[in-house]
Design a protein around this ligand. Sequence first.
Ligand SMILES: Nc1ncnc2c1ncn2[C@@H]1O[C@H](COP(=O)(O)OP(=O)(O)OP(=O)(O)O)[C@@H](O)[C@H]1O
Length: 289
Amino acid sequence: MIRVEGLTKNYGSLTAVDHVSFAIEEGICFGLLGPNGAGKTTTIEMMEGILAPTEGTILFRDQAIGANFHERVGIQFQHTALQEFITVEETLKLFSALYIRHRDLEEVIEICSLRDILKQDNRKLSGGQRQRLLLALALVNDPELVFLDEPTTGLDPQARRNFWSLIEKIRAEGKTIILTTHYMDEAQELCDDIAIMDHGHIIARNSPENLLSAHFEGVLVRLPWEESQPLPFPENVRRINNHIEIHSQDVDKTLHELIHAGVHLEGLSIHAPDLEDLFLKLTGSSLRS
Ligand SMILES: Nc1ncnc2c1ncn2[C@@H]1O[C@H](COP(=O)(O)OP(=O)(O)OP(=O)(O)O)[C@@H](O)[C@H]1O
């Protein structure tokens, strides 16, 4: 549906996005992941047509982005200033009037669970309510493609989960979604396909399941770090802050070896590798700065 080739953005001597290429299929939720400053926002702002690339091309349905592109896409920006002293309902009508294409506002209100706050002033909205309204504003023109730039940053865990179910509803309608996030659990939950960005480059690209199975076999055994602990199999052991992590293909065998070596197992946990672990493996640094 949308393809970028050699996409590059320089800010003076800084290359924020460095010859990035990928294509996104119709009907999927695509996640662009990476830590703060990786170049995610810059990449999607170029794809949204609001930031001019230094180099590279963007094709939407095999054509260069044209004048009617903004009618066909919906954008939820990371920072949007909402008009003050007007209600949620008035805001929806105001934004809807900006487009030729419309979706029935009743449907948008239903999808984004806005019914109870329609008469509320924009200044009085909670973080979760505000994000739901911003999502609704991205849907008023019934877009084919929806861009969501870090839509759950700053939300509490419950509000994040509620927001995920809204995204699921939009995807179930067949819309294509491009989502940036630095929450790996969000990507794992929502995305069919992901690209992990770091320092302006795509360092991995595939479905979350394929990426994990390509990079990991087995499980991670974690233990609290103690200076005095004797540790067998040093090649599989990595120290991360205040714990150590053992990459194990055979949990029974690993536990047996640990016990045999006299390691205290108090605080031990076993978990399946996730995208956070993948990022650590690929870059050697933790995702959250
Ligand atoms: N207008 C600008 N002028 C100069 N540098 C910029 C500008 N916008 C972004 N940058 C720099 O480009 C790099 C990429 O920024 P970008 O906002 O795209 O990253 P991000 O992955 O979206 O990060 P975040 O998760 O914090 O939003 C950063 O080093 C940032 O400081």
